[in-house]
Design a protein around this ligand. Structure first.
Ligand code: NAD
Ligand code: TYD
Length: 360
């Protein structure tokens, strides 16, 4: 088992990164067994919210957590962080992550997802030349594999066939990560995960967007015929898998992670409506009446489904949160964290960042 001491986490103020840091340092940190240092580097784009970690930082950290407001594309900053904190591990979450935004403006996706990944890899290569105790874990998506028909699953050997600027930028970064392993012997691991859901997800992705629109009585926009299929996984189960791979995964290997939990969007919405209706004491039919079919997303992938046999067999990982429980926990979280949503949606949060943090 690898001993990971000084971990640079990129994108640790985003949805999955916040949950990852909470897993390693928060209330249930004994589950992970981590006792090193975390250096969280995040540019705090519209999707990052560093306030999500205030409680963890105050209650549970003790000189073992550092936040740096900065961009993964700035080489001199990455070099400085490596030297100052003696980084031996990177877990790379930072990305532009929303498909719809990549259709409206692909450039930021190429900059962060491709150029940013390159910068991190290249600094790691230069700084880790003489070491044999290092690891670069790259967090990626199942969307790199393209779109499935009614049958079949993505395995680790499925050829890449990305179809949105988002998935193309992630696919390109995956290839670069693999090339650094084969060409320069940089110790890497890579994971491709299906759709995540849970607390702290920015309300532009399907599940939090729908929950929040339901709570605000707004229309529920369903793209196309609503029959596109996604494979949903609770965010903590994704993070446990990432942590297992970082500790025990073989260098140079990629691992698929998935929920084995496929849902047509419209059926998922139906389930979510029942949960929100019950918890917010609203008539389900009143919410159902707000479902609005809208123009389909350009290049909308029809179906994603992951075969995660490899990680199950090799690392003994498995999902621990069933969909019903995960959705209920998620709805409860959004119901009791309306401040978080209001801050992040209103732009108040960005003003607070500009006042309190200098970006590097
Ligand atoms: P997110 O959009 O919620 O968070 C991304 C974080 O990266 C934000 O905090 C943002 O400020 C930061 N960031 C963006 N550009 C940056 C830059 N140039 N420098 C430093 N920080 C920057 O994304 P997420 O949903 O937490 O996804 C995290 C990772 O997991 C991504 O790489 C994504 O591709 C991958 N992934 C996500 C899902 C999912 O369902 N959300 C599924 C599989 C894989
Ligand atoms: P999303 O959460 O954007 O994740 P991804 O596209 O990366 O899988 O979308 C999940 C599914 O929900 C996808 O098929 C598009 C659909 N969708 C809607 O129907 N309406 C919406 O408002 C959004 C955001 C997504």
């Amino acid at each position: 088992m690898r001993k990971l001491n000084n971990i640079l986490i990129t994108g640790g103020a985003g949805f999955i990164g916040v949950n990852f840091i909470r897993y390693l340092l928060g209330e249930s940190k004994q589950k992970s067994g981590f006792n090193g240092r975390i250096i969280n580097l995040d540019a705090l784009t519209y999707a990052g919210n560093i306030a999500s970690l205030n409680e963890v930082e105050k209650k549970y950290t003790n000189g073992n957590y550092f936040f740096i407001h900065g961009d993964i594309c700035v080489r001199s900053l990455i070099e400085e962080i490596f030297d100052k904190y003696d980084i031996d591990t990177i877990v790379h979450f930072a990305a532009e992550s929303h498909v719809d935004r990549s259709i409206l403006g692909p450039e930021a996706f190429i900059k962060t997802n491709f150029n940013g990944t390159f910068t991190l890899l290249d600094v790691a290569r230069s700084r880790w030349k003489e070491r044999d105790d290092t690891l670069f874990h790259h967090v990626s998506t199942d969307e790199v594999y393209g779109s499935l028909g009614e049958t079949g699953y993505f395995t680790e050997n499925t050829p890449y066939d990305p179809r949105s600027p988002y998935s193309a930028s992630k696919a390109a970064s995956d290839h670069l990560v693999m090339s650094y392993y084969h060409t320069f012997n940089l110790p890497i691991t890579l994971s491709n995960c299906s759709n995540n859901y849970g607390p702290y997800q920015f309300p532009e992705k399907l599940i939090p967007l729908m929950i929040n629109n339901m709570l605000e009585g707004k229309p529920l926009p369903v793209y196309g015929d609503g029959k596109n299929i996604r494979d949903w996984l609770y965010v903590e189960d994704h993070n446990i898998a990432v942590w297992e791979i970082m500790q025990k995964g073989r260098a140079g290997e990629k691992y698929n992670i998935g929920g084995e939990n496929e849902w047509e969007n419209i059926k998922l919405l139906d389930k979510l409506i029942d949960i929100v209706a019950e918890k917010s004491k609203t008539a389900p039919d009143k919410i159902r009446a707000t479902i609005t079919y809208v123009k389909d997303r350009a290049g909308h992938d029809r179906r994603y489904a992951i075969d995660c046999t490899k990680i199950k067999n090799e690392l003994k990982w498995k999902q621990t949160v069933d969909f019903e429980t995960g959705l209920k926990k998620t709805v409860d979280w959004y119901l009791s964290n309306s401040n978080w949503i209001n801050q992040i949606k209103s732009g108040e949060y960005q003003k607070w960042i500009d006042k309190n943090y200098i970006k590097r």
